[in-house]
Ligand binder design. Structure first.
Ligand code: C5P
Length: 283
């Protein structure tokens, strides 16, 4: 099983993104660069994140005439992104042009084509918002229609809410990669996400990748938060060097036995009351 966590780097600067990425790279699967970070940092932010040794997901949701989208996908492939998004509502010609451009450019570069993900209906849209646009289908019917359109045009992946996973899997089977935002660990605040699932629930429902932003980036220790999530999905995914410490350890500085709280277990950092030092535990 791959590490399914994609961290949404919704931060305003390359510097902040890199600091988070360097900390998190050992315990997450990929980083998502959205419009805010890309407009601020430009393509260089992608190059630098790749430099950290991380997979990158460029979430710019392309939607334009087929030729323009194909060129944008070509440029993203040159940049070496592993995943990118397009709006499925751009239609089958646009979707096929995007998928072909990714394959053609990757063949030329002798690299892997990016996984192009179709965005169906934004989760901020409900039936009333669709009606406003003259669309009298329900949001759910539209999600399915667009999912089928994207798969029919050759796309190998979709972005969907966790609630839509079983609907889409039922229609399109197991071959399609499903990437889901709207993930909230039990202990964290839902914020502006309304219909959420925990990481373990979403994986059980059939997600391949989980997009997680604030529960990780806004945590006191982003790395400890990511390790806790990974541990809840499958403890074997946590690299040995990052596994939570037991409840009691011998201080790696003075050897005295001390009890750790949950945060200390996850972060591997504690204050030793015997030697009065801030310890990063040596395993
Ligand atoms: O901080 P949080 O975990 O809510 O971040 C989720 C990320 O996924 C954000 O970058 C957000 O823009 C994105 N996203 C979403 N819902 C969608 C599509 C994308 O929350 N339907």
């Amino acid at each position: 099983m791959q590490n399914p966590i994609i961290v949404a780097l919704d931060v305003p600067s390359t510097q902040k993104a890199l600091k988070l990425a360097e900390e998190l790279a050992p315990v997450v699967g990929a980083f998502k660069i959205g419009k805010q970070l890309f407009v601020n940092g430009g393509p260089d932010v992608v190059r630098k994140l790749r430099g950290v040794g991380a997979k990158t997901f460029l979430d710019l949701k392309f939607h334009d005439i087929p030729n323009t989208v194909a060129r944008a996908v070509q440029a993203s492939t040159d940049l070496g992104v592993d995943m990118l998004t397009v709006h499925a509502s751009g239609g089958s010609e646009m979707l096929a042009a995007a998928e072909n451009a990714g394959h053609e450019q990757a063949a030329m570069l002798r690299s892997e084509p990016p996984l192009i993900l179709g965005v169906t209906v934004l989760t901020s849209m409900d039936d009333a918002n669709l009606a406003e646009l003259g669309i009298d289908e329900s949001a759910q019917d539209r999600v399915l229609r667009l999912a089928k359109l994207a798969a029919g045009a050759g796309l190998r992946g979709l972005v969907c809410s966790p609630q839509e996973i079983s609907l889409i899997r039922g229609e399109l089977g197991d071959g399609i990669q499903l990437v889901t935002p709207g993930i909230r660990p039990e202990s964290s605040d839902a914020g502006d996400q309304k219909r959420t699932m925990t990481p373990a629930e979403a994986m059980k429902a059939g997600a391949n990748w989980l997009v997680i932003g604030r529960p990780i980036t806004g945590a006191k220790s982003p790395k400890a938060a990511a390790v806790e999530i990974l541990n809840s999905i499958n403890p074997e995914l946590v690299p040995e060097s990052e596994r939570p410490l037991p409840e009691a350890v011998d201080c790696s500085e003075c050897g005295q036995s001390i009890k750790l709280d949950k945060n200390e277990q996850l972060s591997g950092k504690y204050h030793c009351p015997y030697c009065e030092k801030e310890i990063v535990h040596k395993r």
